[in-house]
Design a protein around this ligand. Structure first.
Ligand SMILES: NC(=O)c1ccc[n+]([C@@H]2O[C@H](COP(=O)([O-])OP(=O)(O)OC[C@H]3O[C@@H](n4cnc5c(N)ncnc54)[C@H](O)[C@@H]3O)[C@@H](O)[C@H]2O)c1
Length: 348
């Protein structure tokens, strides 16, 4: 097992990479434990839950609402929870986002931690202290920053992950590499076969390297005032595609990365040859089925949380492994969208 630490803004978070449930027994309270999980994870991994009150939410993005968090708070209160209670979110990114928010809100905040069970949550959603729920079609509009005391990433739990969800997680792994680590990107591209078979050795190495990238960025900018924004590469287009076409998060991000990379070339920030490298690796990893780009995407982006006075912070690439943040006007982005739809002959 590898241990990483994120100490930021007065909070400490311990990441137990490649650990097992035995490693967290001593970190949990003797009483007052509430386990928040979803229907799939409780069915597949419920036998590993430590003693505590289990609260199960419906699996899937549709559970990421304020109503779910309110309902969990109500159930905790009825079950006798108080300010000394401890929430253990046990699941993928949706469970982590909802459990983290519930821990922030219940009685103005109780202790919490995660057992992270999907590839996407192990490399991204459980790390870094962002919690959140959606507001209608708009993602993560309501949320907080609050670090879990610890995150357990037991790689053996990935064995039961459905194929699409596994690929979705790979999308975020490729994203971490694309913004910061060219070597990791090329290793991922070359190791597609061993990743596809979920070889535990190969997976452990890749997950650890990806998490190190995110942890280093979060340590520098815990509240996303600056450099942390690069973690949103692929998300500005991706969030809209995710809700409009009900795509798994990481698949939508992969599509968003290609569009952001196309925009980077269109803006003259990146060479076309770099775009080809990105595209071919994502294609090989099964992350680029059919390219989608609705013509009305720009107004949706404007209403997304990153929109401010007619322009947005956009994460572009200078090359694979090097992201930059640029302020782009919505008019300019619309110009790119029109150009791209026209060039690709996308039917609307
Ligand atoms: N807070 C953050 O920093 C952050 C970062 C990235 C993504 N996110 C959020 O994370 C969410 C996506 O995460 P996700 O892909 O884990 O979604 P998810 O939690 O919905 O999990 C995907 C599916 O896999 C199932 N699952 C989870 N672990 C499993 C396992 N071990 N075996 C079998 N099935 C399992 C779940 O029940 C679900 O059906 C999105 O809502 C996204 O916005 C948050």
């Amino acid at each position: 097992m590898n241990q990483l630490r994120i100490n930021s803004a007065g909070e400490r978070s311990l990441l137990l990479m490649g650990g097992t449930m035995d490693d967290i027994r001593g970190l949990l309270p003797q009483k007052g434990l509430f386990i928040i999980t979803d229907t799939n994870v409780s069915r597949l991994w419920g036998h590993l839950f430590p003693p505590g009150e289990v609260l199960v939410i419906e699996a899937g993005e549709k559970s990421k609402t304020l109503e779910t968090a309110g309902d969990l708070c109500r159930k905790m209160l009825l079950a006798g929870a108080d300010r000394s209670s401890f929430i253990l979110g046990f699941g993928g990114g949706v469970v982590c986002d909802v459990a983290g928010l519930t821990a922030s809100l219940f009685m103005r905040g109780v202790r919490h931690a995660f057992v992270s069970t999907s590839l996407l949550s192990q490399v991204d959603a459980s790390i870094g202290g962002k919690t959140g729920v959606n507001l209608g079609d708009y993602k993560n509009i309501i949320g907080t920053f609050r670090h879990p005391e610890f995150v357990l990433c037991d790689y053996s739990m990935l064995s039961t992950l459905p194929e699409t969800e596994f690929r979705s997680g790979l999308g975020e792994v490729f994203k971490h590499a694309a913004i910061r680590d060219r070597n990791l990107f090329f290793d991922l591209a070359a190791g597609s076969e061993s990743l596809a078979t979920r070889d535990p050795g190969a997976m452990g190495d890749i997950i650890l390297r990806a998490v190190k990238i995110k942890a280093a960025i979060v340590r520098r900018d815990p509240l996303e005032h600056g450099v942390r924004k690069v973690l949103n590469f692929g998300h500005t287009f991706g969030h809209v595609l995710e809700t409009q076409y009900s795509l798994p998060h990481g698949i939508a991000v992969a599509q968003g990365m290609i569009l952001a990379a196309e925009l980077s070339v269109w803006k003259g920030e990146m060479q076309h040859s770099e775009l080809r490298i990105l595209k071919s690796a994502l294609e090989k990893a099964g992350l680029l089925p059919e390219l989608l780009l609705p013509s009305n995407i720009v107004p949706r982006i404007a209403r997304d949380k990153k929109g401010e006075s007619g322009s947005v912070n956009f994460v572009l690439l200078r090359s694979v492994g090097r992201a930059v943040i640029r302020r782009l006007s919505l008019t300019e982005i619309q110009g790119f969208v029109n150009f791209f739809i026209d060039r690709e002959n996308l039917s609307q």
